[in-house]
Ligand binder design. Structure first.
Ligand code: TYM
Length: 339
């Protein structure tokens, strides 16, 4: 059976890229799993967030807010296992074992580390370097078979498969860990900055105008879309016409994802029309889609006690799956346990 796992870092607000590339897909997979069977586990990866040394009170707050955002987007604690990583010991335990499996040469190829560490790589934390190993542990602690993510996580999921392969081989346990499938699907696997079509939409971009946050109100959303960078041409007549126009392509992709259509369908509707007509329509659609999420998030944030209860229950359910797998791992690698 299919077991779906994914994680999001609790580091400030979710933006439209996180929503369209990940959380909206999580909800679709939750609803599919309810029909087809299998489980969906969605994790607030607070241990990963420590790699950027957040303020402790902020981290706790962001973790609760991310849980509220998940629920507001349509994740249902009765259908999916919603929890924060640090409440389930398996993640940190398996990460250490995987640190002893992964090779320095593999880690040195991780492009996201190079981007995040910047020029002064010597000063980066060991945690930031080992970050993708912890991701492999998140996934394999549940023997997850499918991981929905945006495109920027592709290399990390390849590393997860490399770690699983080497573990299975080194310990003579074929099939012990599954070859997890990344699910990088849909029209919004890489939502770009509204200010620069060559950069992805990101929490860390200095300009708030570059992204739409799920906490933005209707005015802010409309303004950001109105001011989004575009070229002066009208929308193209065919899909091919988007090839050299990253900003136009991005806005068409956003409209397609928000309205559950393909980019071809959106182009079919908007061929030859100017951005002065397209942008207000996109702003209306974005406001209409995000306003209910925004309202529900506010309600949920008013009751942190409820969120804590949801996360405690989720952690119990996650632990019930992961703990026996960790026991097997400890046996396989030869860690003595006499109690
Ligand atoms: P994070 O927190 O940076 O992002 C969460 C999810 O959002 C996707 N995403 C995007 N998708 C489309 N367009 C964008 N501009 C965009 N920006 C972000 C990301 O691809 C991701 O799916 N390392 C992960 C968290 C993680 C994880 C895991 C994921 C930890 N353990 C295990 C999967 C499985 C991260 O930092 O995502």
């Amino acid at each position: 059976p299919r077991r779906v796992f994914s994680g999001v870092q609790p580091t400030g607000n979710l933006h439209l890229g996180n929503y369209l590339g990940a959380v909206k897909r999580f909800v679709e997979m939750q609803d599919e799993a309810a029909e087809l069977g299998g489980e969906t586990l969605y994790c607030m990866v607070d241990l990963h967030a420590l790699t950027i040394n957040p303020d402790p009170a902020e981290l706790r707050k962001s973790t609760r807010e991310l849980a509220a955002a998940f629920i507001a987007c349509g994740l249902d604690p009765e259908k999916s296992i919603l929890f924060n990583q640090s409440q389930v010991q398996a993640h940190a335990e398996l990460a250490w074992i995987f640190n002893c499996v992964a090779r320095v040469g593999w880690m040195n190829r991780m492009t996201q580390f190079k981007e995040k560490a910047g020029k002064n790589r010597e000063a980066a934390s060991v945690g930031l370097y080992a970050y993708p190993v912890l991701m492999a542990a998140d996934i394999l602690a549940y023997r997850a078979t499918h991981v929905p993510v945006g495109e920027d996580q592709k290399q990390h999921l390849e590393l997860t498969r490399d770690i699983a392969t080497k573990f299975n081989l080194d310990y003579g346990q074929p099939g012990f860990f599954p070859m997890t499938e990344p699910l990088i699907e849909g029209v919004a696997t890489r939502v770009m900055s509204l200010r620069d079509g060559s950069k992805k939409m990101s929490k860390s971009d200095a300009s708030d105008m570059s992204r739409i946050n799920l906490t933005d109100d209707a005015d802010a959303i409309a303004q950001k879309i109105r001011k989004a960078r575009t070229d002066p041409e009208p929308l193209p007549e065919t899909l091919d016409g988007l090839a050299e126009r990253p900003e136009a392509k991005n806005l068409v992709g956003i409209m397609a994802a928000l309205s559950n259509r393909t980019t071809a369908e959106v182009i079919g509707e908007w061929a030859g029309k100017p951005f002065s007509e397209f942008k207000p329509a996109l702003a209306d659609l974005a406001v209409e889609s995000l306003a209910p999420i925004n309202a529900r998030m506010r309600e949920l944030n008013a009751d942190p006690g409820h969120i804590d209860q949801v996360l405690a229950k989720g952690a119990d359910k996650a632990d019930a799956i992961a703990a026996p797998i960790i026991d097997e791992v400890y046996d396989v690698v030869g860690l003595l346990r006499s109690r």
